[in-house]
Design a protein around this ligand. Structure first.
Ligand code: BMA
Length: 335
């Protein structure tokens, strides 16, 4: 049995990256997308906030994914509102996936437009040259990632529009990565006093495992002091990613350490990327801490599934369930 306290191990080097490590002036670095390149190098695409308050994205590479980071000397993806008006107020919170059939990495990121945040897409082979695909989801929308393959000829995107004052995770499909439709609510925020009531969003891109797509998501709790961002987990069917198999009840990771509880936005852990080690088991989660620096937390797939089997429910707050079902079931205490 794994408790929330032992499920993840924070790196002894945390925070693994801060603005002080940057080769050029930066206010904060946080919320990185992550991937492993073919040679095993860990690549983080970090959100860097400058002294205007506008964010861009910069690549950091490391052989072991923990230290020895080589950071691009200049911003890697910088807003270019003259050619891409959607990037007026910056680029934020990237998610990276590798699409084998296109042999390219796809990056979905928040483009901060005059009308609010929306989802934009870009692709690359080498994180040097990028092909920009423009906005794929209009404001207010964020926290999007593609699945790395097609289903019945369609690409699949998970994203988080704001609807009727709540925010949940939706699924959309596209034959060409340009036109998106067949929209469905995939995982709603719970209600009432839950840690993930009213506002949730995708954290890392979905992780393909033998048992299905493992989806880490963040839940936002508003309280008198501000907000509290924590991370939960759910599992979706491999061939039918719109079908939720299990949803964890409590959160699995939350702000505890000083660099997570103090900073520009206190009490925030915000993962946008993961890497899987060569053993196919060890899972590294890269996260923004307090909107100020970057942390690394490690677990294994076995630990997460053990936890999910113990704490997961098929009935709490899934799409298609009535309010009565979501409110009344599973009234067991959580430790
Ligand atoms: C969310 C996003 C994240 C940020 C978080 C906490 O809405 O904007 O970029 O880390 O809030 O401030």
């Amino acid at each position: 049995m794994y408790s929330r306290q032992t499920l993840f191990t924070r790196s002894a080097k945390n925070p693994i990256l801060t603005a002080q490590d940057w080769p050029y002036p930066a206010h904060t670095v946080f919320n990185p997308g992550a991937t492993r390149l073919k040679d095993g190098t860990t690549l983080l695409l970090c959100r860097v906030e400058d002294f205007r308050g506008i964010s861009h994205l910069t690549v950091a590479r490391s052989k072991n994914g923990v230290d020895g980071w080589e950071i691009d000397k200049v911003p890697t993806m910088f807003p270019d509102p003259e050619h891409r008006p959607e990037e007026l107020w910056g680029l934020e919170d990237p998610r990276i996936i590798f699409m084998p059939e296109k042999e390219r990495y796809f990056i979905t990121y928040t483009a901060y437009t005059r009308s609010g945040p929306g989802v934009a897409i870009a692709s690359t082979e080498d994180f040097v040259e990028f092909e920009h695909g423009g906005m794929i989801m209009q404001p207010d929308d964020k926290n999007a990632a593609l699945l790395p393959r097609t289903f019945d000829g369609n690409y699949v995107l998970l994203h988080r529009p704001v609807t009727d004052h709540t925010a949940g995770i939706w699924i959309a499909r596209s034959p060409d990565l340009i036109n998106w439709g067949s929209h469905e609510l995939l995982l709603p925020a719970r209600r009432g006093g839950w840690w993930d009531a009213n506002r949730i969003g995708l954290a890392c891109p979905p992780i393909e495992t033998d048992r299905g797509w493992l989806v880490f998501y963040h839940g936002v709790r508003s309280n008198g002091a501000g907000v509290l961002y924590r991370v939960g987990v759910a599992l979706f069917e491999l061939e039918h990613p719109d079908h939720c198999l299990l949803r964890g009840d409590g959160w699995v990771f939350g702000p505890v350490e000083p660099y997570e509880t103090a900073g520009d936005v206190a009490y925030v852990v915000f993962p946008c990327g993961y890497t899987l080690a060569d053993d196919g088991e060890t899972l590294n989660i890269y996260y923004g801490a307090a909107d100020t620096c970057i942390g690394l937390a490690t677990t294994t797939l076995t630990k997460v599934f053990t936890w999910l089997d113990e704490h997961g429910s098929t009935l709490v707050g899934m799409a298609g369930q009535s309010a009565e079902q979501t409110d009344l079931v599973d009234q067991k205490p959580m430790y």
